[in-house]
Ligand binder design. Structure first.
Ligand SMILES: *Cc1c(COP(=O)(O)O)cnc(C)c1O
Length: 486
């Protein structure tokens, strides 16, 4: 086992050690990593780091102890409300990320329904299958039932009529996205809002990804459907600042049309011997760093700074989309409203091999597994820093498609598909899952293979419930200390 060193290590030595651990990390600063990191350049990075460090140790647990933090939070919420069509009645809170914002919104809806709709005994949320997995997590944590509705097979937007048909007397909440992560499209929020009003249910818009940038894309001439708090029927909305707000990670907001609903998000406990807890969000003790960094970057960049960044991404997105549409053998899965793109191959070329070929050429782009109407594909998030690389990306993409075409199709996926077509995960023991991990090539947690195509194809061939079981098993292995081998 690793133990706490018996004697402290010098600063030089320990920071040196930490830098060496980075060797295998994605080299995101070069702008060739098109996922995970939202990079607006060195100056922005310096500003968020300084603000973060300045408030790192302050604790937002008690808003009366550190009024500076309360001030930041209320101002951030007001700026975000103004950005997303809210008014003086709009309230909200700062959270650690989209997932926490969504958990808060689902909790508020559940507890609102407990108070106002005693007829509801098994609360349900109706959402499109394109909605973020965070809703599944929230429903799982909060014991709310999910009713998944397939999105339109062409546009990948939510299908309002199918959503309406899925509403029952137990439905408490509808969900729409602006934009959806996978396909980058805005759902028909106005139509969904009308349905929510008609059926008298709450309606959350997940604008975690799109909320910040869409208003700028609209000003730049983007054809963006209405999606914000100004749309009738929308009762809550979430927006991440740590995506295209370029704040430090740990920054999102969840907002409500009015206080009456937000009240149900707050948790209070005085039934113990310590300090009375009153928490608006999931975290209790929390660093003031992310909050201060988010406040700082909104002020540092301002509307004109964000507009410039948006323009860079807007133009780059158009070029990338046109390039992909022109390229033989590739197609966009949907016409994106923002700067997130999903594309796939039109013929027998293995899209996961394309991703590996791109990786060999120094790009990191994200493979997405197929689900329902959505075929397996590659996902790109376009950053300001990626704009300079668009031509190179398209060139290498063409080379990668040709290279992938020459690679013979693996048989593993076909074999797995036929083996597990009608599969009940509950019948399998942990040992079997361990063996399956070996089979798909991720048996040893420490030896992550260079090429992922076989693994991705194997996962893609499995039913979703089995993918979940298998990857749970994988993570359960991955998060365990291992003695260094060398
Ligand atoms: C990123 C994202 C989330 C989840 O946000 P985290 O910050 O990763 O927790 C939710 N919804 C959408 C649409 C997203 O893109």
């Amino acid at each position: 086992m690793k133990k706490i060193p018996s004697q402290g290590i010098s600063k030089d030595e320990l920071f040196g050690m930490m830098e060496t651990y980075r060797a295998q990390d994605l080299p995101w600063r070069d702008g060739r990593t098109w996922a995970y990191v939202y990079d607006a350049g060195e100056e922005v990075e310096a500003v968020i780091k300084k603000a973060y460090m300045n408030f790192l140790s302050e604790n937002a647990l008690d808003p009366t102890a550190f009024p500076s933090l309360l001030h930041f939070e209320n101002e951030i919420i007001s700026m975000c409300a103004a950005h997303l069509g809210g008014d003086e009645n709009t309230v909200g809170n700062f959270t650690s990320g989209g997932t926490e914002s969504i958990i808060c919104a689902v909790k508020a809806a559940r507890d609102w329904a407990r108070a106002h709709r005693p007829d509801v005994t098994e609360p349900e949320i109706v959402l499109p299958d394109t909605a973020h997995a965070a809703f599944h997590k929230a429903a799982h944590y909060l014991d709310v039932k999910l009713v998944l509705v397939r999105a339109d097979a062409e546009t990948f937007q939510a299908d309002p009529e199918a959503m309406r048909a899925a509403i029952t007397d137990q439905t408490i909440l509808l969900v729409g996205s602006a934009i959806s992560y996978a396909h980058g499209v805005v759902d028909p929020i106005e139509e969904l809002g009308l349905i929510a009003l008609e059926k008298n249910v709450l309606f959350h818009v997940d604008a975690c990804m799109g909320g910040f940038l869409l208003p700028y894309f609209k000003k730049l001439g983007g054809d963006i459907p209405h999606f914000d708090l100004s749309v009738p029927g929308v009762t809550s909305i979430s927006m991440d600042l740590h995506k295209y707000g370029f704040a430090a990670k740990g920054a999102s907001v969840v907002m409500y049309r009015e206080k009456e609903l937000r009240k149900y998000q707050i948790f209070a406990c005085s039934q113990w011997t310590g300090y009375t807890i009153v928490n608006p969000t999931v975290q209790s003790s929390k660093s003031g760093g992310p909050l201060a960094a988010a406040w700082a970057i909104l002020h540092f960049l301002g509307e004109d700074g964000y507009m410039k960044l948006a323009k860079t991404m807007f133009d780059a997105t158009q070029k990338v989309c046109e390039g992909i549409e022109r390229m033989e053998g590739l197609e966009l899965l949907a016409k994106p409203h923002m700067n997130l793109i999903a594309f796939t191959t039109t013929d027998e070329v293995d899209i996961f091999q394309v991703a590996d070929e791109m990786k060999d050429r120094g790009w990191y782009i994200q493979p997405q597994l197929g689900y329902n109407h959505s075929r397996q594909n590659i996902h790109l998030s376009i950053n300001p820093k990626s704009a300079q690389w668009v031509d190179d990306l398209l060139r290498d993409l063409k080379i990668s498609v040709d290279a992938a075409r020459a690679i013979p199709q693996g048989e593993l996926a076909t074999m797995i598909e036929s083996m597990f077509a009608d599969f009940d995960p509950s019948q399998f023991s942990d040992e079997v899952f361990g063996q399956m991990l070996q089979m798909v090539g991720i048996g040893g947690a420490s030896d992550i293979p260079e090429r992922m195509a076989d693994i991705n194809n194997a996962l893609n061939a499995l039913p979703a419930a089995l993918r979940e079981k298998l990857l749970t098993e994988y993570l359960n292995q991955l998060f365990q200390y291992q003695e260094p081998t060398a």
